[in-house]
Design a protein around this ligand. Structure first.
Ligand SMILES: [Zn+2]
Length: 337
């Protein structure tokens, strides 16, 4: 029996082995994955700023539902260790540990719901709260050395839009407003950047063609000084590199040139290809959720290679204290015409 099981495991491909591992991990390390205590550690080690007014004058104020509560001396508001995180206002919190491996395995919302024992709506909410939390990792990434950057265009989609009657919240958000002209206005441009250390950064930049200003708003704080920027010959990149004192190397894609000495765009090309393939599994992602999926994609390799992917994901969920606000922003976002 034992050897049959081992033989069967040996026959699995790498992706299925990873899946199996993630489920086993959630059983083996169940007691080690404690999101609340992880949050308490971070909040207590930091200055524990008030999430409402950022004041540092805060103090402990008893417990609520078994969770440490704090009060702000300046704005007098209460907050808990989970305030602002993906676990704020979460019922059935203990099931999150069960949910994470199924989520990481890329199962559908229904399948995750059934395997965890929650409703499909809850499954949807949890997926997007987790994805919002994963954005923390992307925000912290800094690219250096040689940085390849290119745009990937994804078709604009309002799939599953249920919020048409609601008042739009982010009226000016460029990606949801059509530009007046432009050949590819039905496309959303994602800026994909990779350095040679394996860091990846993916962010929605614009609807249609990307301008210098849009490149700057995505990459400005992401690239270390002295980084060599390697892109195709697009004037927007040229200007961005000049503005930020970066050495800029280019290739002529039109002349089928993909390599120039030590410079090439193979990493970014491969990443773009993988991204399109991976997004294909989700049957068309609605544009307002696209950034959440990009957060996931950017982290996928890291989590696949991680010794404890479930625990690492739980830690990210625990310590991203803006995820709840980001989640709320996205679900309440309505498309503007
Ligand atoms: Zn306050």
């Amino acid at each position: 029996m034992k050897s049959i099981l081992l033989t069967q495991i040996a026959e699995l491909n790498q992706e299925d082995k990873n899946r199996l591992y993630r489920v086993i991990e959630s059983f083996l390390f169940e007691n080690e994955i404690d999101i609340s205590s992880e949050q308490a550690k971070v909040k207590l080690s930091n200055a524990n700023d008030c999430p409402h007014c950022k004041s540092k004058k805060t103090r402990k104020n008893g417990h609520q539902y078994g969770v440490q509560r704090f009060v702000c001396n300046d704005c007098k508001k209460n907050f808990r260790v989970s305030t602002g995180s993906a676990t704020a206002h979460l019922k059935k919190k203990e099931l999150l540990k069960v949910y994470i491996p199924h989520f990481l395995n890329g199962h559908s919302l229904e399948k995750c719901a059934v395997l965890t024992g929650i409703s499909k709506q809850t499954s949807f909410d949890w997926r997007h709260k987790i994805l919002a939390a994963l954005g923390k990792q992307q925000n912290d990434i800094v690219l250096s050395g040689i940085c390849e950057t290119d745009e990937v265009f994804i078709t604009y989609s309002e799939k599953g839009n249920q919020n048409l009657e609601r008042e739009p919240r982010k009226r000016g958000k460029s990606v949801f407003v059509k530009k007046k002209q432009g050949i590819s206005d039905d496309k959303v441009a994602i800026l994909v950047s990779c350095d040679r250390k394996g860091n990846k950064h993916l962010q929605i930049a614009a609807r249609g063609r990307v301008t210098t200003k849009e490149i700057s708003s995505v990459l400005k704080d992401k690239i270390e000084p002295k980084t060599v920027l390697f892109t195709d010959k697009h004037r927007s990149y040229e200007r961005f590199a000049k503005d930020n004192n970066l050495e800029h190397q280019t290739i002529k894609v039109s002349a089928k040139q993909y390599k120039k000495g030590i410079y090439h765009i193979q990493n970014v090309n491969q990443t773009a290809k993988n991204l399109k393939e991976w997004l294909g599994h989700f049957n068309g992602v609605s544009t307002k959720y696209l950034q959440n999926y990009l957060n996931w994609f950017a982290l996928k390799d890291i989590l696949d290679k991680s010794q404890h992917p479930v625990k690492q994901t739980a830690c990210l969920i625990a310590t991203s204290f803006s995820a709840w606000y980001e989640f709320k922003n996205v679900v309440n976002l309505a498309y503007v015409y």
